[in-house]
Design a protein around this ligand. Structure first.
Ligand SMILES: [Ca+2]
Ligand SMILES: [Ca+2]
Length: 441
């Protein structure tokens, strides 16, 4: 066990890492929690129009402990390219990784109806790119991944998490495995052998978040980086908790569904999805509670939370509809997942941790591409030589003046004034460019 109670590095002090005054170990932990398809209006503290029935007390609480971005963006409107961009810091267009499926020769979409071809794209994280996990691993961090991966062409193909810098990885479906025989039957019970056994509060066991806690418990005696990639609140739209489904049916004034058919009510009135959002929030709360209550072996007398940065976001905007189910509503944003309008790319984003002011909101633009350089600054880790970053280091913004856009600088030193997205797929085949308060589609 390594116990550091004194500041070891003048360099770390210069970089703004308080360690002399309070004895905090110089390499803080980093927890990156990535939701799947959680929309900008799906978290209560972001809900600005017609109030949704969703309850997210733990994420709302996290927002009160750090900086809440109103203009946080994902790098892409769908899962895989956003995930690759977050881990590599490379824009999906530069990486030629712009969609979920690919890696095969382009072909016309339809021989008669639509002869347009999508451009070739890799369908996976490039083995030539360096990930944030690799760089932190080289700097002495234990690096862990739990949950969804989805950065390879097929579930077993390269790169797997261990190929790109994760020491420890447990991939699983958690509660997202499709319910059998359907979503109004096959609820969880409290039987010991139920893989989704209900806990004392009625929430189903979710392997992804339990694995995340196992990783932290096994590695808390050294600095750690944990990438917890949830599968909530992605389809299948279902909940294994009958009580939660009943709760939201009641809240919405709906009868308990007798058949698994689609819920077509407009807005944010899908009781299955309501339950999923609450479950997701509860599991995030479990991680926060672990950090809040667990001693930091590297910093006697302190809890892990005091020396852990938490980055919370979603991989793309909310999925509004699927097979007749109205899932959620990103309004007042336009569109949702798979589209480049704001609803497909704007996401909840909260960052908290040492030296970051609590209860702070900002309108400064941020992007998942920023996490790599930001985490390097948080951890005092040097960037690899010749590493290109398409995002910006948010650390000066977060720690000095979270409302000052002039603190967000590109790798070339210029203040960031624009962001672009590239999605040459689907019916629209488009790019979008945001400059200041304008957006060109
Ligand atoms: Ca709403
Ligand atoms: Ca997603």
């Amino acid at each position: 066990m390594i116990v550091r109670t004194v500041c070891l590095s003048v360099g770390a002090m210069i970089a703004g890492h308080a360690c002399a005054a309070d004895g905090r170990p110089e390499k803080p932990n980093v927890l990156l929690v990535l939701a799947d398809d959680l929309g900008w209006q799906d978290v209560k503290c972001y809900d600005i129009d017609e109030p949704s029935p969703y309850e997210t007390p733990h994420i709302d609480g996290l927002a009160k402990e750090g900086v809440m971005f109103w203009q946080g963006y994902s790098p892409a409107p769908v899962c895989a390219p956003a995930r690759c961009a977050i881990l590599s810091g490379i824009h999906p267009a530069r990486a030629q990784k712009t969609n979920v499926r690919g890696g095969t020769p382009p072909a016309p979409r339809h021989l008669a109806a639509s002869r347009v071809m999508d451009p070739w794209q890799t369908a996976r994280l490039s083995m030539d790119e360096t990930t944030i996990a690799q760089v932190l691993q080289d700097n002495g961090y234990a690096t862990g991944h739990s949950g969804k991966w989805h950065m390879n062409m097929t579930p077993k193909s390269e790169p797997l998490p261990r190929d790109v810098g994760f020491d420890w990885s447990r991939e699983s479906m958690g509660v997202a495995r499709e319910m059998k025989p359907n979503r109004v039957k096959g609820f969880s019970s409290d039987a010991a052998d139920d893989p989704w056994k209900l806990d004392a509060n009625g929430y189903p066991k979710n392997e992804i978040f339990e694995d995340a806690v196992v990783f932290m418990e096994e590695h808390r005696d050294q600095p750690f980086f944990l990438f917890c990639a949830a599968r909530l609140v992605h389809a299948p739209i279902q909940t294994r908790s009958k009580a939660l489904l009943e709760k939201y049916c009641k809240k919405l004034g709906l009868p308990f569904p007798q058949t698994p058919g689609p819920i077509a009510l407009p807005g944010q009135q899908n009781p299955y999805y309501c339950a999923m959002v609450e479950e997701f929030d509860k599991y995030v709360g479990d991680l926060l509670s672990y950090l809040d209550t667990t001693d930091d072996p590297r910093w006697p007398g302190h809890k892990l939370r005091e020396n852990t940065y938490i980055v919370f976001t979603s991989d793309n905007g909310g999925m509004e509809q699927l097979r007749g189910d109205v899932i959620t509503d990103n309004y007042p944003l336009d569109g949702g997942k798979i589209r480049l309008e704001e609803g497909g790319t704007r996401v909840p984003l909260i960052i908290a941790g040492p030296n970051i002011p609590a209860n702070t909101q900002t309108d400064v633009m941020a992007n998942g591409l920023d996490f790599f350089p930001t985490i390097l600054s948080m951890t005092g880790t040097a960037a690899p030589e010749n590493q290109h970053f398409d995002g910006c280091d948010l650390y000066p913004l977060l720690t000095q003046s979270p409302q000052d856009p002039a603190l967000v600088k590109q790798q070339d030193g210029r203040v960031r004034e624009s962001m672009m997205w590239h999605f040459p797929h689907g019916v629209a085949m488009y790019s979008t460019l945001r400059v200041g308060d304008f957006k060109l589609v």
